[in-house]
Design a protein around this ligand. Structure first.
Ligand SMILES: [Zn+2]
Length: 314
């Protein structure tokens, strides 16, 4: 984090950067962190940990948050779940000063309305420390953090012990991918390259593998994606055969069967270079769209498949 920004945000409070790109500490009584780079680099997140105290707030939290959104331009989102306020701030030139203002307003609201600092999990008024669980930050007490780490570890052990069935998994992946394949053909009829159908194929194949096979691992993910690529290839050829059938009917007035049209695809591609070029172009763009669209899903499934996790305490 740039030093000038750090100075603007911390003001007179004892905030420090740990881990990288996260300023944390106390403002007034309340645990606070400010994180740079949410959704790429476009946003910051400000979180303040507090719950209602023994006296009911004189001024409603909802009204306060609405006021915050309209009063400070760069504030795009606010929420309160009973234990933490989260505020998203758009990144730009004066962001440091605006975040400072957000902190000041939030903390003075909380103090004036009887809120007290608390743990984000048990909600108790106990000492907390900043933790990260799979890259999400939270203030937690020791026992909540340990409990969470234990349950993540249990989940990992459980997944490792679970036996999957590759054969039924493949059947599931095939069924899922076919769903996307049908959608591909339908959308192609409308004149679009069906990246969204590729996404459906990939997600359904992966879920299908998991559902039918009991669990999915790295091998299962790779097998599912190969099946998706094959089904998309098949779907693309079916879509082309339908195009050829239509063209032959319209241009030559003949009525070829679907299978004849399907078998004639190589001839058409050899005969007409522009058809061949279009065939490859649409297929490759379709593959690329599928890969881009399903990347996040594949990544998450891959992480979930082993139950691997990353925790930190700062
Ligand atoms: Zn706790």
């Amino acid at each position: 984090m740039k030093q000038a920004l750090v100075e603007q945000i911390k003001g007179r409070d004892n905030l420090f950067e740990k881990p990288k790109n996260v300023l944390q500490g106390r403002v007034g009584n309340f645990p606070v962190y400010v994180r740079q780079g949410i959704d790429g680099t476009a946003f910051w997140k400000v979180a303040v940990y507090a719950k209602e105290g023994s006296t009911l707030p004189a001024y409603q939290m909802d009204s306060f948050l609405t006021e915050l959104r309209s009063g400070i331009k760069k504030v795009t989102k606010t929420s309160f779940d009973g234990k933490r306020i989260e505020i998203v701030v758009r990144n730009s030139g004066k962001v440091g000063l605006q975040i400072r203002e957000v902190l000041d307003r939030a903390v003075s609201y909380l103090a004036q309305n009887g809120y007290v600092p608390c743990c984000s999990h048990c909600g108790e008024e106990v000492p907390v420390a900043l933790c990260s669980i799979n890259n999400a930050m939270d203030f937690m007490c020791d026992s909540c953090y340990n409990e969470l780490c234990n349950s993540l570890e249990d989940n990992k052990q459980e997944l490792a012990a679970k036996k999957g069935n590759v054969v039924t998994g493949i059947v599931g992946a095939l069924l899922g991918a076919l769903l996307g394949g049908v959608l591909w053909v339908l959308i192609y009829q409308l004149g679009y390259i069906a990246g969204i159908a590729g996404l459906v194929a990939a997600v359904c194949a992966l879920k299908g593998y998991e559902k039918f096979g009991g669990r999915i691992n790295a091998v299962g993910i790779v097998v599912s994606l190969v099946i998706v690529a094959a089904v998309i290839y098949l779907a693309h050829n079916v879509a082309y055969a339908l195009e050829i059938k239509k063209a032959v009917e319209e241009v030559w007035g003949m009525n070829p069967s679907f299978m004849d049209a399907f078998r004639s695809i190589p001839d058409f591609r050899a005969e007409f270079p522009e058809i061949n070029a279009g065939y490859w172009k649409d297929l490759l763009i379709g593959y690329a769209l599928t890969a881009v669209a399903s990347f996040a899903t594949v990544k998450t499934m891959f992480q979930n498949s082993t139950g691997s996790y990353k925790t930190g305490r700062y």
